[in-house]
Design a protein around this ligand. Sequence first.
Ligand SMILES: [Zn+2]
Length: 239
Amino acid sequence: MLPETEINRVLAVTAHPDDIDFGAAGSVALFVDRGVEVTYLLVTDGDAGGNERTLDNSGMAELRRAEQLAAAKAVGITDVRFLGYPDGQVTVSLGLRRDIARVIRQIRPDLVITHHPDRNYQHVAPSHPDHRAVGGATLDAVYPDARNPYAFPELVKEEGLEAWTVREVWLNGGPAPDHWVDITETMDRKLAALQSHVSQISHREDFTEFVRTRFAAWAEQAGLGEGHYAEGFQVVTTA
Ligand SMILES: [Zn+2]
């Protein structure tokens, strides 16, 4: 694994508003505390989300972008980018790979955080098709697209974006996490980030308890002991 001192820039690529906050906001807050620059890249605006279930979901995209900006601010992130793909229809297309490779070359991150591309048979929620597609496209963008100057040559020719090699990827939501981050000291900020997604959680009175219970269970699985919270990732060396 990359030593902490060699992680100076991080790019998190997720499908929907709130994914990063569920999966990694505690770890992101720890990075921010260490002075690491973190950028969020959201592939969709989450326009098929929400719980009102009126057929007219217009305005949802704008609302969810605003909620994600507020959530990012709660952990100290201001660089949040949206690709605007339609929610629920993401596939591993060449266009998506190019769009992610472009941002990788712009940001030049040491570490990329994204969804696990495989289906998780223990928990169904992390395996939303958009999540798997974004995880797969992001891994393809990391290797080979972003580092190969001959992949999407227009990125060099028209936008001046030179090839960049990402050295490590952390995958979220997979069946076999092998790296646990103790987020006890940033748990309150993770909760604040999650609570920014009002359109998604306002129907759940037990939301705070639900989140605390889940991340405490992972701390237990990680052997961190009582009173701790943890986020889990599968680490992939990509350089
Ligand atoms: Zn999602």
